[in-house]
Design a protein around this ligand. Structure first.
Ligand code: FES
Ligand SMILES: [Fe+2]
Length: 395
């Protein structure tokens, strides 16, 4: 992030802290609780935001070297993401061209070849069919046009993006807006390495999981003995960039930073930026790394979702300089703590909200004036599906 923007945002945050104010939408919005339970809506969301929408499936560090690969199947199409020997990123449908079996079962690894377990058809790391047993028995096929089905794949600003439709188009700057993309790039996401991962399968709608990253009103209550010790709740900064946003959580270390000359101000010390990348990614950069969270609905079940959390570290933190190992360990412990808070505190609330939603006992939920990100992305979801935006109630 440009330093002048960092200073502007830190000043904005300090102004709110001193005045005891917060971001303000200027009114409340009421959302029908069916947003979290309606199977038809869930189906529309699945088709529009997942099955037929570009997907951010990882950061460059998920494919650290030529031959690295990983598989994903969270948005309806099984995908192999792979880095070729020339360093480029490609994606293919993880389905054998013989009779459709899953070619790669492992979540990740390094390989020069992918061999289908059913009859051993073999593909190279770019998906070209390079071998099939008993060719003389099998019959004539043109191997050059029976490689794994390639999917559009783009690596930009350190993000790995695929389109589940072979004919789909990926325009990263259009998805993110140029300004937002440039700001993301300034965090040098392409230089991060994977330190740890965690996956949570939770009995709550995918939007409830997203909601938990959209306000700090809950810090002094739900996170009284955890996050609240390191963060000021009820104060934040917020800006939208098209369908995406930047939401700043206020670290208590801002109290010491304000005493330093402005040239030494650092947004990652004063705050924890939470970038929301439409429709389902939360990216939270820190001084030493980044939390990267992908949130997926469970197809056909509006009451369940999966969150996939990857914790990345900057290369310098993990290299063998003096104290680096201890620092990396410390960062990893903090990341595990952060992930466990999401699991044991935030998502526990998500599941209890879902129980209420499923019961039909309540007809709507309310987003307060201080919960601006919730207003923005719920209306963004609705608009993208051709629904009327929720009206702002100002009195
Ligand atoms: S289905 Fe893969 S080799 Fe037959
Ligand atoms: Fe939380």
């Amino acid at each position: 992030m440009r330093h002048d923007v960092q200073v502007r945002l830190i000043e904005e945050m300090l102004g709110r802290l001193d005045a005891g104010t917060n971001i303000d939408e200027g009114g409340i919005r009421r959302n029908p609780i069916s947003a979290y339970t309606d199977p038809d809506l869930a189906k529309q969301e699945w088709e529009t935001f997942f099955r037929h929408h570009p997907q951010i499936i990882g950061l460059s560090g998920d494919l650290p070297e030529p031959g690295s690969y990983f598989t994903v199947s969270d948005f309806g199409v099984p995908v192999i993401a792979s880095r070729l020997q020339d360093g480029s990123f490609v994606a293919m449908v993880n389905a054998c061209r013989h009779r459709g079996a899953l070619v790669v079962d492992e979540e990740r690894g390094t390989a020069r070849r992918f061999t289908c377990p059913f009859h051993n058809w073999t593909y190279d790391s770019g998906g070209d069919l390079v071998g099939l047993p008993k060719r003389d028995h099998f019959g004539e096929i043109d191997t050059s046009c029976h490689g794994l089905i390639r999917l559009p794949a783009v690596e930009q600003h350190g993000l790995l993006v695929v389109h589940p439709d072979p004919d789909g188009v990926i325009d990263v700057d259009a998805l993110l807006t140029t300004e937002f993309a440039e700001e993301l790039a300034s965090w040098k996401l392409d230089e991060l390495v994977v330190a740890d991962r965690d996956d949570y399968d939770v009995a709550c709608n995918w939007k409830l999981a997203n909601d938990t990253f959209g306000e700090t009103y809950h810090f002094p209550a739900l996170h009284q003995n955890t996050i609240n010790l390191g963060f000021h709740g009820n104060v934040s900064c917020y800006e939208t960039f098209g369908r995406n946003h930047r939401f700043l959580l206020c670290r208590r270390s801002i109290d010491e930073m304000r005493l330093l000359p402005k040239e030494q101000w650092n947004i990652a010390v004063a705050t924890l930026p939470a970038y929301y990348l439409f429709p389902n990614v939360q990216l939270l950069p820190t001084v030493d790394g980044c939390f990267f969270i992908r949130i997926y609905p469970q197809a056909g079940n509006p009451g369940r979702h999966t969150s996939r959390i990857t914790f990345f570290l900057r290369k310098g933190v993990t290299e063998s300089s003096e104290g680096a190992e201890a620092r990396a360990e410390q960062e990893k412990t903090l990341a595990q703590l952060f992930a466990s808070i999401i699991r044991d505190e935030d998502y526990v609330m998500g599941a209890s909200q879902q129980t209420t939603a499923n019961s039909g006992a309540m007809s709507e939920v309310i987003y307060g004036r201080n919960e601006r990100p919730l207003h923005h992305y719920h209306n963004t979801f609705r608009t993208a599906l051709g629904m009327e935006p929720l009206p702002l109630v100002t009195n």
